[in-house]
Write a protein that binds this ligand. Sequence first.
Ligand code: FRU
Length: 482
Amino acid sequence: MFEKYKPVYREDYTKWIKTQKDEIAKIAKDPKRLTYHLMPEKGWLNDPNGLCQFKGIYHIYYQYDPFDINGDLKLWAHVTTKDFIHYEQKEPFLFPDSDIDTHGAYSGSAFVKDNQIHYFYTGNIKLFDRDDYDYIHSGRVANTIHLVSDDGEHFDQKQLVMEMKDYPKEFTQHVRDPKLIEEKGIYYMVQGARDQKDHGAILIFSSNDLEHWEYRYSLTSDQPLGYMWECPDLFELDQQKILITCPQGVSTDGMDYANVHSVTWMQVDGEMETGLHISKIHQLDRGFDFYAPQSFEDEQGRRILIGWMGIPDADYTNPTTQDGWQHALTIPRLLEWKNGVLHQKPLPQLQALRRNSRKLNAEQLNELHFDEASFELCIEADNCKEMELQLNEEICMTMKEGLFTLDIHACGAGRDQRSVALDHLDDIQIFSDTTSLEIFLNDGTEVFTTRIYPTRPRCVKLNIKDNTAAITLHSLMAHQFK
Ligand code: FRU
């Protein structure tokens, strides 16, 4: 079976996973399993990787370890879908099986060009030949590796395109998570990094052929924000450059940056060739469980984002670990740029999950006998300044005195409250699943993603000043897997 810091070959994996069949079947019956989210069959999941649409098929890969609940092994699991409702489980795509990625096929991305998918990821290696390595400034190798595939399932050989000597000296050995953007016929790669002064930044490299890369410059915020920026994703949306990245260790500031690590979107001005500047920073999600999101442009030109519904190093837990699994991916979100603000909306294709849609007013909602866990609740209330919404006695959302608050302390396994300052609430759209909530406020300008572990059935109760609010409640069916 898998031993930490030993390479894993496809043949080993195939042998080992066969021994896990009974355990996987048992986990599938866990009532805490989500119904329309991607989860590990067993063990651990973290970042989404390599997201793309190729010849009509969406490919979703993710960091996965079926053998350990805390994810020591880092390989790329793979699922495909045409519609985000029907999924196909594929064989894992990528194993840490070579001397350039022995200790982890870490996160990376896909770039579709000329009928092929190019993948770039970080091959992680830890050195053990000395005992004084701190694994920040010494003892670590982060290789940038390139693969080419004609189908998203097979690839030629792993090609090393950058190694430690190719990264700038002012940075520590924490360099990882490559993502590409093309501008004016030149390819640019962004990588997350930690500098020698322990400030997060991204590194920007350029290439004319996707094989030879040259370091160009680094980009960071005017004021330092965290010690390391992970999983950078730089893209253009409606002619605006946006950088989504995960600054680690940002100090909590009132209700902002309340998690141990953060996820931000940043407005970026300038051109890739001549240099960039960050002019605005906003938290992408204010819930307890959201990290390492990645976006891609699909064949219809939509920018879709999927995140890890989990976070590293948090002091709250997931009771599912006792059942042999933890974490999930978020629902796919559509990104839009409007009036200088990034909007995130549940992908419209998810409407195909809706069953038994009911239009109600607040009074009818409160009288409804309703105890389903998988549902979508939409409330449109023009300029609402005060409201209380309970999904049961353990889950409460309030809008009061310019503050929206989510309180799940009674069922959060250590999660308590998160808030955002909002002048008013125009709409709220909630995706509830057995053990998760994704809450979109005011046209998706604020989002809260969190795991919950309720002990009581749901029963929606709304107390709202404005009783003209239009409410729609949809039951949601489970996604289909084969
Ligand atoms: C983010 C992250 C990435 C890394 C990956 C390893 O959660 O730490 O920076 O590539 O996870 O699984």
